[in-house]
Design a protein around this ligand. Structure first.
Ligand SMILES: [Zn+2]
Length: 530
């Protein structure tokens, strides 16, 4: 019996009300070459005019030899600083960049090919800055009649002991995959994100290996910041001392290796960031080491920070500080911090988070599934958004697909307005910003992606709005957030390359990819978790 199996068995004994499947599933929640050649043949693109000379708008970009594609006729939401919306728009993509934007009233620039976006809405690629690759346990096997429904350890203010212990256990699962299993699981898991419009992911610690996820991103053509989950201690309930559960130096060494290998990767698609589970999962040495490595690489760094009501009290007893207080003590409350689910702060901590421009990331569509109450109990997310903080939304991870960024943005829009008894708390365009530009900022890529503006890389999502839901509608984004969803995503473009067209991959056999995943998940699950 290996160590992890032992600990799994201990957890099962300790929390008999949870089936192992539910427990691992719930915790996992909290828990080819890309050479498309820049163009795609077939229905969407058509032959157009000869390459044009440089215009006044793209002087800074040597575009004379790069292919020019015009996306024409779509209802455009730019998610730029002015929230510009253009009902009948065109966008010129030159190579991998957006080089010109206009409306049908203006003369179209010359181009080589075009994409017809009439009857569609054009949005920036969705950025999901908080996600965990955890499909090894999937798909979910809940009983269809709900007879196995039991409380999750996130309920009732959170069980710090159960969560700390489990997250420590899963920190090394990735090392137990075969290379083939890791690759097949990562590809399918990340494909579900890409298919639903996510063009950039932030991995905040996964059951899969860093290499498998980075390679899957490159193979699929999407972006990711890969991470490694630091979690070297856990706090027993009511304890005044923590228990060490992993080797701090080994986890720091893993960060170093992943940053060396993947940060600023030459593919242009992959970066690295160190992360820790939470304020209740890291020793002082680990937090110091987190700050040191992030500083040296000038990279973002991440943690689930104060997501549980019971957390501050438990940490006070052990460290004399809350989680947020500990991060402050080590100089970690900065604009490079990606702080996940941060809902329980004192007024002083709140003001510090605001002043230091900490990137708070939350997952509103996921809380009901786990019994967390991050949106309405303290109302902190809506307050941060109203106070101008760069809040972003995300999906979190799960053992199977439980929603994409369209669903996360829906809850951002509707949930905060409900929690604040005020429909102006989060507008539709602000909800879009939390799923695009603010996520990009949190990942340290705010100047590169996140909005549709000239000079940015061309990451775009095109959504079909030509049906009964949108008849006589003047604000299609609002309707998409209320009544649309992941499956409405029609086209996905990353760095000027069309990766999904009419809901289908342009490069990958989806059935083959799924079959490889199904085989891999079965063998990996048997070996690692039984
Ligand atoms: Zn998470």
């Amino acid at each position: 019996m290996n160590d992890n199996t032992k600990i799994n068995k201990q957890i099962a004994l300790k929390y008999p009300n949870l089936s192992r499947r539910q427990f691992i599933g719930s915790l996992a929640v909290a828990t080819s070459s890309v050479a498309l050649g820049g163009c795609v043949s077939g229905g969407i693109l058509s032959a157009g005019d000869a390459p044009s000379k440089k215009t006044i708008f793209d002087q800074s970009i040597d575009s004379s030899k790069e292919k020019k594609t015009l996306i024409r006729g779509g209802f455009l939401y730019t998610s730029d600083r002015n929230n510009k919306a253009i009902e009948n728009s065109w966008i010129l993509i030159t190579g991998n960049k957006i080089t010109k934007i206009g409306s049908s009233l203006e003369v179209e620039p010359e181009h080589d090919s075009s994409i017809d976006a009439r009857g569609k809405m054009v949005l920036p690629g969705f950025v999901n800055p908080h996600w965990h690759e955890s499909f090894v346990e999937g798909p979910d096997r809940m009983k269809p009649d709900d007879s196995d429904l039991a409380k999750m350890p996130f309920s009732d203010g959170g069980n710090i002991e159960a969560l700390g212990q489990y997250f420590g256990v899963i920190a090394d699962v990735g090392e137990k995959f075969t290379e083939q299993e890791a690759a097949a699981i990562a590809r399918w898991s990340m494909w579900t994100q890409l298919r639903s419009g996510t063009t950039a992911l932030g991995d905040i610690g996964s059951l899969n290996s860093t290499d498998a996820m980075a390679n899957a991103a490159i193979s699929l053509g999407m972006r990711i910041r890969v991470s490694r989950w630091g979690s070297d201690i856990m706090i027993p309930n009511g304890a005044s001392k923590f228990k060490r559960i992993a080797d701090t130096d080994k986890q720091a060494n893993d960060w170093e290796l992943l940053m060396q290998k993947w940060d600023n990767h030459s593919s242009g698609l992959v970066g690295g960031m160190p992360s820790v589970l939470a304020g209740f999962g890291s020793s002082d040495e680990q937090l110091k080491s987190l700050g040191e490595i992030a500083n040296r690489y000038n990279s973002p760094y991440a943690a689930h920070l104060a997501p549980l009501k019971n957390e501050a009290k438990a940490l006070q007893k052990v460290f004399g500080h809350s989680s947020i207080g500990r991060f402050d003590k080590f100089g970690l409350l900065t604009e490079n911090l990606l702080a996940v689910h941060t809902a329980y702060a004192t007024e002083m901590e709140y003001q510090q988070i605001l002043k230091n421009k900490v990137n708070v990331v939350y997952s509103p569509a996921n809380y009901g599934l786990l019994g967390e109450t991050t949106v309405s109990e303290t109302g902190m997310m809506g307050r941060l958004i109203r106070d101008g903080a760069p809040v972003s939304c995300s999906t979190d991870g799960n053992i199977s697909y439980t929603g994409g960024m369209p669903e996360a943005m829906r809850y951002t829009y509707l949930g905060n307005n409900e929690a604040h008894n005020d429909n102006t708390t989060v507008s539709p365009t602000m909800a879009l910003r939390t799923g695009t530009q603010n996520g990009a900022t949190a990942l340290g890529w705010g100047d590169k992606i996140g909005s549709i503006e000239t000079g940015k890389e061309a990451d775009l999502v095109i959504v079909d709005i030509d049906d009964w839901r949108y008849r006589l509608i003047t604000h299609p984004l609002s309707i998409f957030l209320i009544a649309g969803g992941s499956k409405d995503v029609d086209t996905v473009i990353v760095a000027g390359k069309v990766l999904i067209k009419e809901g289908k991959s342009t490069t990958i056999d989806e059935n083959k990819m799924f079959n490889e995943y199904a085989v891999a998940v079965e063998s990996a699950r048997k070996r690692i978790f039984s």
